[in-house]
Design a protein around this ligand. Structure first.
Ligand SMILES: CSCCC(=O)C(=O)COP(=O)(O)O
Ligand code: MG
Length: 227
């Protein structure tokens, strides 16, 4: 069935895991303390959020140490993801990198947008970071294709209630929404909430027999005329 709306993950779905782990993460890790020193206003808000997350009154150095620890463990925690997005903004602005988007994903997003399907992003990266990646993508500015963005402010990606909240926000029955991801735990949560799903298994990533599978956006579900 043709979906009325599509919600897509980023890392491993529209964009390569290598771009996130080998380009974005090292960039923010190397500049974390410098950024917090140079941008005291942003730092104050980040530190308050770190203290709230930790549930204790940490000093500046303890906040930085915890942010580094979260960064190294790829924790999807609000203040870290906000901070990463702010640091990456400098990287995109200075042309240090562009946002990796697979060609089939850029083409698929354009095709679906032109067909009137409402496109949304749901990623652990902050909404600001999502807009930067698609706004400075290898394929130009793709942000006009998207009707909306969700990050973990709506809830964790492995929790069914997050997908129910997204369906409510889109004002659509869950079954009309197709969620795309490379992560079976996310697809299981979306399925529990009643969304249609497809597993993106790129670059030989393992399949999971519970879900429809596609190795590119060309091979997704209802687009029979493309196969
Ligand atoms: C928004 S760009 C960087 C992606 C990111 O920070 C991340 O943690 C990946 O999360 P996803 O939910 O897209 O797998
Ligand atoms: Mg992913």
């Amino acid at each position: 069935m043709r979906p009325g709306a599509i919600v897509t993950d980023i890392e491993g779905t529209t964009s390569s895991i290598a771009f996130v782990h080998d380009v974005l993460f090292p960039y923010s890790r190397a500049r974390l303390e410098r950024f917090l020193t140079d941008r005291p206003d942003a730092a104050a808000a980040i530190f308050d959020a770190v203290r709230a997350e930790a549930g204790t009154d940490l000093d500046r150095q303890a906040c930085i140490a915890l942010l580094r620890q979260w960064h190294d463990a790829d924790r999807k925690i609000g203040p870290l993801k906000q901070l990463q997005g702010m640091i990456w903004a400098d990287g995109y602005a200075q042309g240090h990198f562009t946002g990796h988007v697979y060609s089939d994903a850029a083409e698929g997003l354009r095709r679906w947008h032109d067909a009137g399907i409402a496109l949304h992003v749901y990623s652990s990266g902050s909404v600001a970071a999502q807009k930067l990646l698609f706004g400075h993508s290898d394929h130009g500015d793709l942000t006009p294709l998207f009707a909306g963005y969700f990050d973990t402010a709506v809830g964790g990606k492995r929790e069914a209630r997050s997908y129910r909240a997204i369906a409510d926000a889109l004002d659509r029955p869950p079954a009309e929404i197709l969620f795309l991801s490379d992560t079976p735990e996310e697809l299981a949560a979306a399925t529990e909430a009643g969304l249609a799903v497809t597993l993106l298994a790129r670059d030989g990533a393992p399949a999971d027999s519970r879900f429809p599978i596609a190795d590119s956006f060309d091979a997704i579900g209802w687009q029979e005329d493309r196969r």
